[in-house]
Ligand binder design. Structure first.
Ligand SMILES: CC(C)(COP(=O)(O)OP(=O)(O)OC[C@H]1O[C@@H](n2cnc3c(N)ncnc32)[C@H](O)[C@@H]1OP(=O)(O)O)[C@@H](O)C(=O)NCCC(=O)NCCS
Length: 187
């Protein structure tokens, strides 16, 4: 198993993991599986601004984790949203943690200071993963999304990145260009 940066050609492999959550659950709030070309563009967009990582096992995509912007107004530029998806047989073995730890390290080096995650409830595995990695609850949007015949709540979680203490009133450096892994990470 290795963790490496995604290539647009990984889109189909990522979609094989992602599509069941779109089609049969409220884990994703998309109503239909995006076309491969659209997912290629997502990989490119995330890679150009943040990072998009995949875990590859014997030539197959086992999971992926990526980051994107939170909101557009400039004062939000230190905040990034993150997400992670694993194939069924790769869950519960520490791979979600490994993908996220590598992703967060890159984002921290890049200069991001806040990570945000939105989780449609219930999703005990995702809540446990985020809490294990230091996220704390921001709040719950009640019945914010309609999917598969019902309203769904979304829990937002956040965690800080970067120095624990910083001088008051000094603006941190803005996030720079994306940071790359020095080499694929073997697990
Ligand atoms: C959520 C997900 C990425 C977690 O990844 P994972 O590799 O299974 O999780 P890990 O093995 O790295 O475990 C991380 C922590 O979460 C806990 N955890 C994992 N699955 C759990 C479960 N089903 N119930 C309770 N706790 C769970 C682990 O005990 C571990 O805690 P620890 O580090 O304190 O021991 C994975 O289950 C998944 O892909 N789920 C489907 C897609 C999804 O929901 N993505 C998130 C969208 S918001």
């Amino acid at each position: 198993m290795v963790i490496r940066h995604a290539d647009p050609d990984d889109a189909a492999g990522c979609l094989a993991i992602y599509s069941p959550f779109v089609e049969t659950s409220a884990v994703s709030f998309e109503d239909s599986t995006p076309p491969v070309e659209q997912f290629r563009q997502r990989i490119l967009r995330s890679s150009r601004s943040h990072a998009f990582l995949v875990a590859q096992d014997a030539g197959q995509i086992a999971g992926f984790a990526y980051a994107g912007p939170h909101r557009e107004r400039t004062a939000y530029r230190w905040a990034a949203e993150v997400s992670v998806y694993l194939g069924e047989r790769h869950r519960g073995q520490g791979l979600g943690r490994a993908l996220y730890e590598n992703l967060f390290s890159l984002l921290e080096q890049q200069g991001y200071r806040t990570l945000l995650a939105a989780i449609a409830l219930p999703n005990p595995a995702s809540v446990a993963l985020h809490r294990a990695l230091g996220f704390t609850e921001v709040g719950v949007f009640k019945e914010i999304g309609w999917k598969l015949g019902a309203w769904h709540d979304v829990l937002w979680l956040a965690r800080r990145l970067g120095p624990a203490e910083e001088p008051v009133g000094v603006r941190p450096r803005s996030p720079g260009p994306p940071v790359r892994l020095a080499a694929p990470v073997a697990l």
